[in-house]
Design a protein around this ligand. Structure first.
Ligand code: CP3
Length: 336
């Protein structure tokens, strides 16, 4: 929390995107017990268990709520399933009638179990370990809501934007409101920090990023801060390259999460000082001990002198090796 506020601590704090997940045997066991992935997300007891597993095993400096960005479309009434070997499958939205069927009313009630999980997690976490809540940003959610699944180029969402802009922006407005309400609910239930994942921001053409990426995220932050002015926000507009400087200047996030393609020195040109999170390529957790050792030294040099939260440039993959995660943590614990 001190690093978020701009301090440089004795050593940088560390947590990892997807720190709870399939690379851990204890996750796979709880996942099997839950049945489906959504059952795991909606069971306060089991979601608490998998949130705490990586904290117990590795002693990370922050926990991230176990959930998924796609529970928002689910709570809006869209059909959402996770299929083994496929990933998320949604009933695609392509018409005004399908859009009209989405229901913002009572969205917080439908996600009551998430609030219960947050309370249980806080009861199980040490008082010195903050809990991170999160949402997917509207554009990233809409790539799934419109495409019906993971789409390599986010083509269906782009096509709707270019063919039926009125429908696209009407949907953006609904999704944005849902995002703000769900974050407010998480904050009320007790998360200490929130993160906004715009994992597909980089696929929005440069000329449209203002309207589709920057402005909605900015409005969501302003919305939640009317009631929670102090809540720290981590933003992750993945893959936007040099336009991240404009984002930094315009969007009032406290922490900028960097993907592995970003150079932290870009933010020396920003109009404010901001903490940075990231950005080791998760592939180094699959390789040799020597390759990771070299990369960790490069990461330390890259972020030297900055307010830095150690993390990856994207989530750990299921093939991530536990020994490499241990090596990474040991390096940073001794890096001061
Ligand atoms: O980081 C964490 O440990 C917290 C939990 C978390 C999950 N998903 C659990 C999950 C978080 C923060 C997310 C965010 C999320 N979900 C994003 C944004 C971050 C990113 O990675 O870009 C996106 C795009 C999604 C959508 C999603 N969820 C997809 C495309 C998939 C399938 C891909 C896959 O890896 O299987 C999921 C499933 C999912 N969400 C899993 C986990 C642990 C794997 C499901 C399983 O256990 O079978």
């Amino acid at each position: 929390m001190r690093t978020i506020r701009g301090a440089q601590c004795d050593r940088p704090p560390i947590w990892l995107m997807r720190q709870a997940g399939r690379y851990l045997p204890e996750y796979r066991a709880t996942r099997a017990e839950a049945g489906s992935f959504l059952d795991l997300c909606f069971s306060p007891k089991l979601a608490t268990e998998v949130t705490l597993q990586p904290i117990r095993r590795f002693g990370f400096d922050a926990a991230i709520l176990f959930s998924d960005i796609l529970i928002i479309p689910w709570a809006l009434g869209q059909d959402v399933r996770f299929e083994q070997g496929v990933g998320p499958v949604l009933e695609p939205i392509a018409s005004e009638a399908e859009l009209a069927a989405l229901d913002l009313n009572g969205i917080e009630d439908r996600l009551e179990s998430v609030g219960e999980a947050i309370e249980l997690i806080n009861a199980g976490l040490g008082a010195d370990i903050p809990l991170i809540g999160f949402i997917g940003a509207p554009w990233t959610l809409m790539t799934y809501m419109i495409g019906g699944r993971s789409t390599p180029d986010q083509g269906p969402a782009k096509k709707l934007l270019l063919e039926q802009p009125d429908l696209f922006f009407a949907m953006l407005e609904i999704v944005e409101e849902a995002c703000a309400r769900v974050l407010r609910m998480q904050i009320k239930a007790g998360v200490d920090v929130v993160k906004i994942f715009d994992s597909w921001a980089g696929s929005v053409p440069m000329s449209l990023r203002q309207k589709i990426v920057f402005d909605p995220i900015k409005r969501i932050i302003e919305n939640v801060r009317t009631d929670a002015p102090q809540i720290p926000v981590i933003a992750f507009p993945r893959g936007i390259g040099a336009s991240y400087l404009k984002f930094a200047n315009e969007v009032p996030a406290d922490v900028l999460a960097l993907d592995q393609g970003m150079d932290p020195s870009l933010f020396d040109h920003a109009n404010r000082k901001v903490a940075l999170q990231g950005n080791m390529d998760p592939m180094f957790l699959l390789g040799s001990e020597a390759a990771l050792a070299d990369e960790l030294v490069r990461q330390r040099d890259l972020f030297a002198g900055r307010s830095h939260i150690v993390n990856l440039g994207h989530g750990i993959t299921p093939e991530g090796k536990i020994e490499r995660v241990e090596q990474m943590i040991a390096f940073w614990r001794n890096a001061a």
